[in-house]
Design a protein around this ligand. Structure first.
Ligand code: DNO
Length: 344
């Protein structure tokens, strides 16, 4: 496994050398920010970001994410144009040594939480999700923490209308169309693409979500068997689904897991949860059993600590502070060491 840390590019408030000071850190996970979805990333930006990483002694082998244009998800005639741009982005990433590209196929919305500052008794804060708060939201007039408000209300409404005709199978077929189109570029560049699960792993606002559970992965690999078609195993996203057995899934798909997001969450009702520090004792995700399943089954991908709490007075981007993610990285590195030694 290779331990990595998410870096939001040159404007990230956390300096690269702080990331490097977390012992065991091999590289960053990043993207080119500020380019509209569907456009080609300037090669010079990729090169200059890579240079900054190298100067800090870090690799830049993972991209999270190259976002997928909604026209591709909707299967609109214009999708081919956006797929061409996606292929060009993969080639450019390949040129600067990227080995793994994370993406998601969630219609309109990426991850959803209802509170970015859930208060813990010890004064820490973290992200949380409450069904009751969620049910009170109007997707057509949405102001939600963490959600990209780059759409105007009119654009958002037009997009939601367009999805009225897209059911789970249609969305899945559009994913397959996209994957079949990009696989040759993955073969050519050696890049593995790793789909991020839907977060939370169920339909939201009547929009279909198709990467939520075991049968979704089985269907994905049966339909597009190319080995470059892989997954980002995000324990926080999949773990919100009480129906997912994460250690079992980690073992079953270990050879397709090119990237792992290991994060903790604590159930707080039937669907509600809040995020917590990474340790197994602090939530419902058995990080130890997941690490064991990964190691036992030959997991050889990238790994990153995921959403941490905000602690020690840090005023960080919710989920992405330095302190708790550093603690998470140290904990995960220790777990891997223990499990790897035990299994030898
Ligand atoms: C949240 C992240 C997601 C993830 C995308 C991948 O913190 O895990 O936003 O980057 O879904 O495309």
């Amino acid at each position: 496994m290779k331990m990595t840390f998410r870096w939001y590019g040159p404007s990230d408030s956390i300096p690269l050398n702080y990331m490097k000071q977390i012992q065991g850190m091999t590289g960053v996970v990043t993207a080119v920010y500020g380019v509209p979805v569907g456009e080609v990333w300037p090669l010079e930006t990729l090169e200059s970001q890579k240079k900054l990483c190298e100067e800090a002694g870090l690799e830049m082998e993972v991209i999270e994410s190259i976002p997928v244009h909604e026209d591709i998800k909707l299967g609109r005639p214009t999708r081919d144009k956006y797929i061409e741009a996606y292929k060009e982005n993969l080639r450019r990433c390949g040129k600067v040594g990227v080995k793994c590209v994370c993406y998601n196929f969630m219609p309109v919305f990426d991850w959803l939480r209802t509170n970015l500052y859930f208060k813990h008794k010890d004064g820490a804060t973290s992200l949380s999700y409450s069904k009751k708060d969620f049910d009170g939201l109007d997707p057509r007039n949405l102001h939600l923490p963490g959600w990209d408000e780059s759409y105007s209300t009119d654009e958002l409404n037009a997009l939601l209308d367009a999805y009225a005709n897209v059911d789970h199978d249609t969305l899945f077929n559009n994913l397959v169309y996209f994957l079949n189109a990009i696989m040759p570029v993955c073969d050519e560049t050696g890049i593995n693409v790793a789909i991020h699960p839907d977060d939370p792993p169920w339909d939201v606002f009547g929009l279909p979500r198709i990467i939520c559970k075991e049968s979704d992965y089985d269907r994905l690999f049966a339909t597009v068997p190319n080995k470059h078609n892989g997954i980002t195993f995000c324990t926080g996203s999949l773990g919100a689904g009480r129906f997912n057995d994460l250690p079992y899934m980690a073992g079953k798909y270990a050879d397709r897991i090119y990237f792992a997001h290991l994060r903790q969450l604590k159930y707080d009702g039937d669907e509600d949860f809040y995020e917590n520090g990474h340790q197994t004792a602090y939530g419902n995700v058995d990080i130890y059993e997941i690490v064991k399943a990964l190691v036992k089954n030959g997991f050889d991908g990238y790994l990153r600590p995921d959403h941490g709490r905000n602690i020690w007075g840090e005023d960080a981007k919710p989920g992405y502070g330095l302190f708790d993610r550093a603690l998470g990285a140290a904990y995960l590195t220790g777990l891997f060491e223990a499990v790897e030694k035990d299994l030898k």
